[in-house]
Every structure is written in structure tokens, then in C-alpha cells.
Design a protein around this ligand. Structure first.
Ligand code: TXA
Ligand code: MG
Length: 343
């Protein structure tokens, strides 16, 4: 398949128009959002949606998030919005959150993998919203990576993964948040966070005035709630060792492991905070300062992808102290890791 590539920095209005016209013709288009790039199709059209699953190599029992351009479009995707869901919508939408609601039956069945619910998201990225608005329909979109790979947060990532697989790619801003949206289930009796993100558990509990379950903490057991949780995620080719603890102890541990390793030094990398000192590391991929966890979040997927670019076989990555956005960062890092060490 030939993929048309449009750069929003060069030609904005025309690029959005052309990309949206491909969606209207039943095509699939990659577009930027504030979280990660998405691979979008008309959520009302079964055949278009089927192309997304094929392009990503995504199992068909894993439902897609439906994106809308404006809050008033919520009923294009949902049929019912509870009072507590309205509180979250008011507080966090548009923004990096997906809210699970009872679905509108106009949605193609394969969007929701046959479930009676739908995850709805209104991105805060103006580039995303302009594109969705021009499509004039709700847009079903998973992250635009090949299934199992780190989600794409930069234009070059989507060109690498989706050139030849999508009808078009809209290259836009680097993704500010860098981790996928918080997924919160508001379709049942009790609210539950199914995937942590930049809208944190603390923020959600504050708005709802009640404790909220973190269903994703149970993902290590064998009954995942969000269907996507049971699949391997975010894996570079390298073995990833994730290390938690005080920074100097973490550095000491990694330095010793590098010294003791049989792997060539130029095939070992550290995904590290700027304050870290690891004298024997030949490749360091920066997470920014340890005092800015949002920066680590924005850099994580790009760093995991850099491992493949540099032919890395063994990578050591630093975890954050839990709480706030660190919960989302650690969640993705743990999923990418072959070994998790607590010092
Ligand atoms: O930030 C994001 O959410 C990005 C951008 C493109 O918007 N999208 C994204 O989509 O991360 P995806 O498909 O990679 O992840 C969607 C997650 C999956 O874990 C899926 O199982 C879960 O949301 N999900 C979607 N609909 C659901 C539903 N009705 N019930 C439970 N989980 C659902
Ligand atoms: Mg994904």
C-alpha cells in the first residue's frame, strides 16, 4: 500500500483535508494526539475499522478507543452518561483520559470487540481535534504502533511503523504527554481505573470525592479487566532490566551489572535520569531530570525505541517512586521489562 505522508508543520489545512477525505473514503490515517499517535478510521464503518486491526496485527478481542472532536459529540459514541461520568468529563476532557460508557449502537461492532461499552476520548491536541472534526464522524483509534512495540510519540516512529500499512500519516507535534490516556471505567456501579495515565488516580478521586479501584494493579494476576492488558507491550528487541530504588544505589547496581555482563559494552544502554552517574555505560538515553517525572513519561517510549535503533541487546531502565504520573510511567516500564529489580 502506498502511504501519503503529510507534514502539519509545512501545510496544515490542506493536510488535514486530504487526510480526512481518505477517512471518508474508508481509509486508515495516522494522526498526532497529546498522548501518543493514533491510527484512525470511521468508527461507524466496520470495514474501515477492520483495516486497523490488520495494519497493527492487533487481536480482534481488544477494543478500540473512540475519539471525538468536541464534548458535545459524546452521544455519537455513548448512549448513556452517568452523573459521576459527567464530573470527570467536566474536569478532564478534552485531555489525556478515556472514559468507558455504555455504547451507542451505531458504532461498528468490531470497534468494541462486541462489548456493550465504549471507551470515549476527546484529545486536547488541536491537531487531533481539527483532524477528527474534518472527518465528520467519531474516530476509532488505537496507538499507531505495530502491536507489542512501544507506542509512537514522534513523527519518525509512525513513519517507521506505519509507512506502507496506513493510507496516510499526518506528522505533527511530538506527543507532549508521551504515555497513552488514563482509561477509567464509568459504565458500572463502581468507577475503576483500567490503565493509569497523566490524569492520575489522585486527580480522579479528588473530583469524584471517593476512592477508586486500580484494576490494572491486578493485571499481574490472571484476570485482566481491560482486554488490552493481557498482551505483551512496549518491547524493544533488547532485554530490559528495570531498577527501582535510591538513585545512587541504582547507579551502583547498574554499574556492577554492566561490568559483570557478557554482552558487548556497545550493545548495552541505560535509560537514565540526567543526575545518574554510570561511568561504564556507552549508551545513555535520557529521561530528563529525576525531579520531572512528566519528562520521564514523555521520553520513555522514545528511549525504548532508541534501543532498537542502536542495536542494543541489554538495557537498564530506571523506575520512579510511585504516585501521580509515576504510576503510569512505572506501569509501562514494567510491561516492557524482562526483569524488575527493587533495591
Ligand atoms: O492515549 C490513548 O488512549 C491512545 C491515543 C491514540 O488516543 N490510544 C490508545 O489506544 O492507547 P489503545 O488501543 O492502544 O489502547 C486502548 C486500551 C486497551 O487496553 C483496550 O483494551 C482498552 O483501552 N479498552 C478500550 N475499550 C474498552 C472497553 N470498552 N472496555 C475496557 N477496556 C477498553
Ligand atoms: Mg496501544
Amino acid at each position: 500500500m502506498e502511504t501519503q505522508i503529510f507534514d502539519l508543520a509545512e501545510e496544515y489545512d490542506q493536510s488535514i483535508k486530504k487526510a480526512a477525505s481518505l477517512v471518508k473514503q474508508g481509509g486508515i490515517v495516522v494522526f498526532p494526539t497529546e498522548t501518543v499517535y493514533g491510527l484512525g478510521a470511521n468508527a461507524y464503518d466496520k470495514d474501515s475499522v477492520a483495516k486497523i486491526f490488520e495494519a497493527k496485527g492487533r487481536p480482534s478481542d481488544n477494543p478500540l478507543i473512540v475519539h471525538i472532536a468536541d464534548l458535545e459529540d459524546i452521544f455519537l459514541a455513548a448512549r448513556e452518561v452517568s452523573e459521576s461520568a459527567k464530573l470527570l468529563i467536566k474536569a478532564f476532557m478534552p485531555g489525556p483520559i478515556s472514559i468507558i460508557l455504555k455504547k451507542n449502537y451505531r458504532l461498528a461492532d468490531n470497534v468494541t470487540a462486541g462489548l456493550d461499552t465504549v471507551a470515549v476520548r476527546c484529545p486536547s491536541s488541536a491537531q487531533a481535534r481539527d483532524f477528527i472534526k474534518e472527518c465528520a464522524c467519531p474516530i476509532a483509534a488505537p496507538s499507531a504502533n505495530i502491536s507489542g512495540k512501544p507506542s509512537p510519540t514522534r513523527g519518525e516512529h509512525v513513519v517507521f511503523d506505519m509507512n506502507g500499512r496506513a493510507d496516510a500519516i499526518l506528522i505533527g507535534d511530538d506527543c507532549l504527554v508521551g504515555l497513552e490516556s488514563t482509561v477509567v471505567d464509568m459504565s458500572g456501579e463502581a468507577p475503576a481505573i483500567l490503565r493509569p495515565g497523566a490524569v492520575t488516580k489522585e486527580m480522579i478521586e479528588d473530583v469524584l470525592g471517593m476512592k477508586v479501584t486500580s484494576a490494572y494493579k491486578e493485571e499481574l494476576k490472571d484476570a485482566p479487566k481491560a482486554p488490552g492488558m493481557k498482551y505483551t507491550h512496549y518491547k524493544p528487541k533488547a532485554s530490559v532490566v528495570c531498577v527501582y530504588g535510591e538513585l545512587d544505589k541504582v547507579c551502583e547496581y547498574i554499574t556492577k551489572r554492566i561490568d559483570a555482563s557478557d554482552t558487548d559494552k556497545d550493545k548495552i544502554a541505560c535509560i537514565a535520569f540526567d543526575e545518574a552517574e554510570i561511568p561504564n555505560a556507552e549508551h545513555i538515553f535520557s529521561l530528563g531530570s529525576i525531579s520531572t517525572p512528566e519528562c520521564a513519561a514523555a521520553n520513555l517510549f522514545a528511549s525504548l525505541r532508541s534501543c532498537d535503533t542502536y542495536g542494543i541487546e541489554l538495557a537498564f531502565a530506571m523506575g520512579l517512586e510511585y504516585g501521580g504520573i509515576a504510576d503510569a510511567y512505572n506501569n509501562r516500564l514494567n510491561k516492557a521489562s524482562d526483569e524488575v529489580i527493587y533495591i
